[in-house]
Design a protein around this ligand. Structure first.
Ligand SMILES: Nc1ncnc2c1ncn2[C@@H]1O[C@H](COP(=O)(O)OP(=O)(O)O)[C@@H](O)[C@H]1O
Ligand SMILES: [Mg+2]
Length: 230
C-alpha cells in the first residue's frame, strides 16, 4: 500500500447558509483544506453546530460547497452532475450516519445488499457478500429482521455493513456510535479498525468520544470554519 496515495482532498471550501430572520448569514466553512491518505483513520471533533455534518455531506457529494474543490482519487468531482456524482459515490464512498437511515420495509440482509443491487450486480453476488458482512458484524441471526425489530446497536452494525457493501475506498461516518452503549461501540470500532487492516479502506469519522479519537491516526478540530490539528 502506498502511504502517500490521497483518496480524498478538499481545497479552500466555503459554505454559508442564508440568514434566519433577524440573524447574520452563517459562514460554516471558511476556506477549509483537508487531505486524507489511503488506509488512514482520521477523527474530526468540534462543538455542536460547528459544521461537522455539513462538511461530511459536502465531502461525500451529498451537498455542494459555495466555492472550493473536492477531489476523489485525484479527480475533481466538484462540478459533477448529480447523476455522475451518485454513480461515483455509490462505488467510492461508504456513508454511515448517526441515525441509521435503513429502509424500514426491507430486512437487514436486503438493506445491506441494496447498494450492490442498485449498482446492477446480480442478486446472487449481492446476497453472498451481504451474508459475509452480516457474519463479520456478528448479526447473521438477525438477517430476516426489519430495522424496527433490531436494537440500536444492531441497526448501526447493519448500516456499517451496508456502507461496506461496494468495497468503498473511504468510509465517511457521522457520529456512528453516538447513540450506542459501550459494547456496541466497541464492536463497531473494532470492526472499523480491522477492516482498515484487511482492506486498506480509509476512514473519516466525526466523533465526540475521546476513546475513538485516541485510536485514530489523526485528530482534527473543526473550529471557526477551518480544521486544526490536535
Ligand atoms: N440546510 C441548512 N440550512 C440552514 N442552516 C443550516 C443547514 N444545515 C446546517 N445549518 C446550520 O449550520 C450550522 C452547522 O450545522 P452542522 O453541520 O449540522 O453542525 P454539526 O454537525 O457540527 O453539529 C448549524 O448552525 C446549523 O444550524
Ligand atoms: Mg452533526
Amino acid at each position: 500500500m502506498d502511504a502517500e496515495k490521497i483518496v480524498l482532498e478538499a481545497k479552500d471550501l466555503h459554505k454559508s447558509f442564508p440568514a434566519a430572520q433577524g440573524r447574520d448569514e452563517l459562514h460554516v466553512l471558511q476556506g477549509m483544506d483537508l487531505s486524507i491518505s489511503e488506509g488512514s483513520v482520521t477523527s474530526i471533533i468540534g462543538s455542536s453546530g460547528s459544521g461537522k455534518s455539513t462538511l461530511l455531506h459536502i465531502l461525500g457529494g451529498l451537498d455542494r460547497p459555495d466555492s472550493g474543490d473536492i477531489y476523489w482519487d485525484n479527480e475533481n468531482i466538484t462540478d459533477y452532475s448529480a447523476d455522475d456524482m451518485a454513480e461515483f459515490r455509490n462505488s467510492y464512498i461508504g456513508f454511515v450516519f448517526q441515525f441509521h437511515h435503513l429502509l424500514p420495509e426491507f430486512s437487514a440482509l436486503e438493506n445491506i445488499a441494496m447498494p450492490s443491487l442498485i449498482a446492477g450486480k446480480s442478486s446472487k453476488e449481492a446476497f453472498e457478500r451481504a451474508n459475509d458482512l452480516l457474519k463479520l458484524f456478528g448479526i447473521e441471526n438477525r438477517k430476516e429482521h426489519r430495522p424496527t425489530q433490531l436494537s440500536g446497536g444492531e441497526q448501526q452494525r447493519v448500516s456499517m455493513a451496508r456502507a461496506l457493501m461496494n468495497e468503498p475506498r473511504i468510509i465517511l461516518a457521522d457520529e456512528p456510535t453516538g447513540n450506542l452503549d459501550q459494547s456496541n461501540t466497541d464492536i463497531i470500532l473494532d470492526q472499523l479498525f480491522q477492516l482498515r487492516e484487511l482492506t486498506g479502506v480509509s476512514v473519516l469519522l466525526i466523533t465526540h468520544e475521546k476513546e475513538i479519537a485516541s485510536r485514530s491516526d489523526r485528530i482534527l478540530e473543526l473550529k471557526n470554519g477551518t480544521l486544526h490539528s490536535l
